[in-house]
Design a protein around this ligand. Structure first.
Ligand SMILES: Nc1ncnc2c1ncn2[C@@H]1O[C@H](COP(=O)(O)OP(=O)(O)OP(=O)(O)O)[C@@H](O)[C@H]1O
Ligand SMILES: [Mg+2]
Length: 255
């Protein structure tokens, strides 16, 4: 399934948060959205996910949802959003409970996503027994369980330390290489964006408009932190972001 945003804008009361966003979200690719704090990244994700209706413009869905898709637009949040009293397996099953699948099918899906996220040995663990990185792997397993058409990821690695972030980036790349999924991935972190994104969209300060779109051709499997192409992309993206972030700070100071 592909999504297209056409002239999308959004306002809360009288505050303009997003303006004139026209953007294609291609199937089977990871689209990263970066931009200064408060520029409307999470709002954009909520609009794409249908949690809010855009004040202006349209969000169009084309193409078919994948076979076995139980929830076309599925979120992964920064804070994992796990139920603390449920085991790893119980948290993943939660995503399937409303769908009345045959028991064997539910078991098959749970086993498959726990294996893909390397959590098979932790089925019976409770969230409090897990590291932050593992908790986020549970949240990712739960999202994958419904085979979404598009995963909407809001700073999924931001609550994790740098080393865990690295490992989770490797995990996400491995998951994508095994079964390419479509994702809109919001992050502050340009290292994540150039490591994971096929396309990177930089939003301007609020009201967020598209300041830059960069397509990265290097295969996800081939991306190395010191790759000159990626370093060049990252430094260019930072130039665009820095100008926007500085201007946003200045506006805050000046009221
Ligand atoms: N429900 C709401 N009602 C009113 N204003 C809101 C609401 N949600 C967000 N805003 C405002 O809209 C603007 C954009 O918020 P949003 O959370 O989308 O930005 P963001 O880019 O995700 O920020 P951050 O980088 O801090 O995560 C902010 O000024 C925020 O205060
Ligand atoms: Mg946000």
């Amino acid at each position: 399934m592909e999504l297209s945003l056409v002239g999308v804008g959004h306002s809360y009361d009288r505050t303009d948060v997003l303006s004139d966003i026209t953007l294609d979200i291609p199937g089977g690719r990871i689209l990263c959205i970066v931009g200064p704090s408060g520029c409307g990244k999470s709002t954009l994700l909520r609009l794409i996910g249908g949690l809010e209706r855009p004040s202006r413009g349209q969000i169009l869905q084309t193409g078919r949802v994948p076979e076995g898709c139980l929830n076309p637009l599925t979120y992964v949040f920064q804070d994992f959003a796990l139920l603390p009293w449920r085991t790893v397996e119980g948290n993943v099953r939660l995503a399937l409970e409303d769908h009345r699948l045959p028991k064997g099918e539910t078991d098959r899906i749970v086993t498959d996503v726990l294996s893909r996220t390397r959590l098979s040995d932790f089925r019976t663990a409770l969230p409090r027994q897990l590291s932050g990185g593992m908790k986020q792997r549970v949240a990712i397993a739960r999202a994958l369980a419904v085979n979404p058409a598009v995963m909407l990821m809001d700073e999924p690695l931001s609550a994790l330390d740098a080393q865990t972030r690295e490992l989770l980036m490797d995990d996400l790349v491995a998951l994508w290489l095994r079964a390419p999924f479509t994702a809109v991935y919001v992050t502050h972190n340009l290292t994540e964006a150039v490591r994971l994104g096929h396309r990177i969209v930089v939003l301007s300060r609020r009201p967020g408009r598209i300041a830059e779109v960069v397509d990265i051709k290097t295969d996800l499997a081939e991306r190395r932190a010191d790759d000159p192409d990626l370093v060049r992309h990252q430094s260019h993206l930072w130039d665009v972001m820095r100008d926007e972030a500085r201007a946003a700070d200045q506006e805050l100071i000046n009221g």
